[in-house]
Design a binder for this molecule. Structure first.
Ligand SMILES: Cc1cc2nc3c(=O)[nH]c(=O)nc-3n(C[C@H](O)[C@H](O)[C@H](O)COP(=O)(O)OP(=O)(O)OC[C@H]3O[C@@H](n4cnc5c(N)ncnc54)[C@H](O)[C@@H]3O)c2cc1C
Length: 310
């Protein structure tokens, strides 16, 4: 149990108003599962981030950075520590570049950049979550990744210092960055986009949204693809979709309580009602085992855990 009263009483009023106690993670994750976070801190600027990180470290609290919660399985037991919710929301077009707060909704960044005459990100239309989550996980689809557009970023390092990072500092790779692994927090990013081409970009945006609508569980809670696609078998070749192996291994009919594999996509788990994190984990293990039994291929999970795994 953490001593929230002691922690809160030591905070100045302007920070206290940014702290929510016993905040349900079910309402903060797109899978809509999870118990309460002891403390959830809304971070609107660099100083807030520094102060809350310092509080977590000084008090030895478990610490987690949350964006839109669209790639997260939160534990039924909740999180006995401090969750930092990045809510920096600047949006500043500058020539062909865009300075954006990491807490802005990624799809909103895309629609507002097009409205500002800047194209490039339309391939990613419809990816849920924040810009920060997208950059730190190098989100991608249809042959592109957000890392291609990074120019510069402002981050908070675990030692409390603010860093200005170029793209080389991120270590972008398939659905990962070395910065996320090292616990750095992204607060703001500058993206390199293109001026014009808005009509064509808008058409691509609509096409991608329609494609997602037809393939993804748009009216059921989910967390996106559960497992990562497989590495290419030779340089220059495409990755094999984990969903293709899962489908052949029979995952589409699997369920554990209200946790089910989505009938339209063998690599997505949906919460059809009151699924628990335990049920989801059990289902994910069955999916992984089925692929191992049929193909001797070990799938690697893409979705991150918030809280202790069951
Ligand atoms: C229906 C659906 C479709 C999806 N389609 C795609 C797709 O096509 N391509 C794809 O790549 N993903 C896809 N996803 C997965 C997910 O939307 C992306 O991974 C998204 O970019 C995660 O962003 P988020 O803000 O929700 O991050 P969260 O889920 O909140 O966090 C994910 C990870 O990023 C870290 N993080 C978040 N913000 C920050 C920050 N500011 N600083 C440091 N670390 C941070 C968290 O600590 C955590 O480790 C899909 C998900 C759903 C539900």
């Amino acid at each position: 149990m953490i001593d929230t009263i002691k922690i809160l009483s030591g905070l100045p009023d302007e920070l206290k108003t940014l702290v929510l106690q016993e905040q349900s993670l079910k309402q903060r994750t797109t899978l809509q599962i999870g118990g309460p976070a002891a403390l959830l801190c809304e971070v609107q600027n660099t100083e807030h981030a520094q102060r809350f990180q310092e509080i977590a470290f000084k008090n030895n609290l478990p610490f987690f950075v949350l964006g839109g919660g669209s790639n997260i399985l939160a534990s039924d037991e909740g999180f006995p520590g401090l969750v930092m919710h990045v809510a920096t929301r600047d949006f500043i077009p500058r020539g062909n570049t865009l300075v954006v707060g990491a807490g802005l909704d990624f799809d909103e960044v895309i629609s507002r950049s097009l409205a500002s005459g800047l194209s490039g990100l339309e391939f990613a239309s419809g990816i849920p979550g924040t810009l920060g989550g997208a950059i730190m996980g190098n989100a991608g689809c249809y042959g592109h990744e957000i890392g291609e557009f990074m120019l510069e970023a402002i981050t908070l390092a675990p030692d409390g210092t603010i860093k200005r990072r170029g793209p080389e500092g991120f270590g972008f790779r398939y659905r990962a960055t070395s910065l996320r692994e090292s616990g750095e927090i992204l607060l703001q990013a500058t993206l390199q986009l293109s001026s014009g081409g808005i009509e064509a970009a808008q058409a691509i945006r609509e096409e991608k949204i329609a494609d997602r609508h037809s393939k993804h569980p748009h009216n059921l809670p989910s967390a996106g693809s559960w497992f990562r696609n497989l590495p290419p078998s030779a340089p220059g070749q495409r990755r094999t979709a984990a969903g293709a192996l899962l489908e052949k291994a029979g995952s589409k009919t699997m369920h554990e309580g209200d946790a089910r594999v989505f009938e339209g996509h063998a690599n997505m788990i949906v919460n059809t009602g009151q699924a628990s994190s335990r049920q989801v984990q059990k289902l994910a293990r069955r999916m992984k085992d089925a692929v191992w039994d049929k193909f001797q291929v070990k799938l690697v999970q893409e979705v991150r855990h918030l809280g202790p795994p069951a």
